[in-house]
Design a protein around this ligand. Sequence first.
Ligand SMILES: Cc1cc2nc3c(=O)[nH]c(=O)nc-3n(C[C@H](O)[C@H](O)[C@H](O)COP(=O)(O)OP(=O)(O)OC[C@H]3O[C@@H](n4cnc5c(N)ncnc54)[C@H](O)[C@@H]3O)c2cc1C
Length: 348
Amino acid sequence: MTTLDIQRHVPLAPFTTLELGGPANHFVRAEDESTLSGALRWAADEGISTAVLGGGSNLIVPDEGYDGLVIHMGITNVEFLDGGEVKAGAGVPWETVVDGALSRGWAGLECLTGIPGSTGATPIQNVGAYGQEVAEVIAAVRVLRRGAMTFEELGPEECAFGYRDSWFKREPDRFIVCAVRFALRPNGAGTVRYAELEKSVRADATLSDIRRAVLDLRRRKSMVIDPADPNRRSAGSFFLNPIVAAGEADRVVEQAIRDNLVSDPSEVPRYAAGEGQVKLAAGWLIEKAGIAKGTRRGAFGVSTRHALALVHHGGGTTADLLAFADEIRTRVRDQFGINLEREPRLLS
Ligand SMILES: Cc1cc2nc3c(=O)[nH]c(=O)nc-3n(C[C@H](O)[C@H](O)[C@H](O)COP(=O)(O)OP(=O)(O)OC[C@H]3O[C@@H](n4cnc5c(N)ncnc54)[C@H](O)[C@@H]3O)c2cc1C
C-alpha cells in the first residue's frame, strides 16, 4: 500500500502556463494508479472535493485557489510496441509521445507536435492542430471511473469525441484518464490537409519535414512555449472557434459587409463543419470586433502574434484575466451576435 504524501497550501501558479492563481488547500502527486485511487478515497473520507492537474496548459486557477485536493497526474510509464502501438501514462509529457512516434517513422501525430501538456489531457478536449486530431489515432483510454472506483478501458466510440470535445470534458466528475493507447501507422504517410501547412511543405514531405513545418508555424504564432518569448504565458487559444448553422454564418458575412469590415464574402474565413454547420474563426471575429493583436489591459494582453491567445505579462490576477476575456466576448457579441466559448477550464 503506497503512503499518501498529501501536501498543504501548495501554490498552483507555477504548475500552469498562465502562471496565475492561488494555492491548493491539499495537493498530491499520483505516480501510480493505487496512489490515485488512494487519494480519491482519502478526499472522500475527509469530505473534500478533488480536481485533476496535468501540465496546466489549459487551466485557469482562481485567485482564491482550490479548496480541496488537487491530484497532479504523475503516471509516466510509456511503451512503444511493435506495429505502431503506444501505451502512455497520463503524466507523460505529450511531446515525449510525439517524439517517440516520429523517431520510429510512425505517422499519426506529426501535426500535433509542440502542444504543451500531458498525454492524459489529450483525450479531454481531443487536442487538435493543423488538420489532425488525437481522436483519429486513439485506440483506447484507460480511466478510473470515479463513482464505482473501477479501472476500465474505453474504446474511442465510447469517448464521444468532437471538435475540442469528448465525454470526459462534458462530464469531468465521472472519469480520470490514467493512460492512453494509440494506434499509429508505421511507415505511413504524413497528414497534410491544412491549407497553411500545404503551403509550407512539398508534396513528398516526410514526417520530419511536416513536424519541422508545424513547429515553425507554431513558433511564429507563439504557440510553442519558449522562455524567451514575451507571449509565452498563455493557455494557447483562449476561445473555441464557433460552430454555427450555415444561415448564421451567412448572417455574419452580411453584417461584415454592411459594416464595411470586408468587401467580399470570401474574406470571411469559414470552414465546413458537418452537415449544415460552419466553423467561424474566433481570432478573425475578435480582430474585426476591434480588438487588435497586442491590445493591452494592465497585466494582460492579446498576444502580439495570435488574436486568440490571451497573455499574462506578470503580476496579474485571474479576476482581471476573466474580466478582459468578458470584454472581448461582449465586443464580439455586440458586433456579430456570436457567443465565444472559453477553451481553457476554470479550476472549480
Ligand atoms: C502555447 C500553447 C499552445 C497550445 N496549442 C494547442 C493546440 O494546438 N491544440 C490544442 O488542442 N490545445 C492546445 N493548447 C492547450 C493545451 O496544451 C492542451 O489542451 C493540453 O492537452 C492540456 O494538457 P495539460 O496536461 O496541460 O492539461 P491541464 O491544463 O492540466 O488540464 C486541462 C483540463 O483537463 C483535465 N485533465 C488533465 N489531465 C487529466 C486526466 N488525466 N484525467 C482527467 N482530466 C484531466 C484538467 O482537470 C482540466 O480540466 C495549447 C496551450 C498552450 C499554452
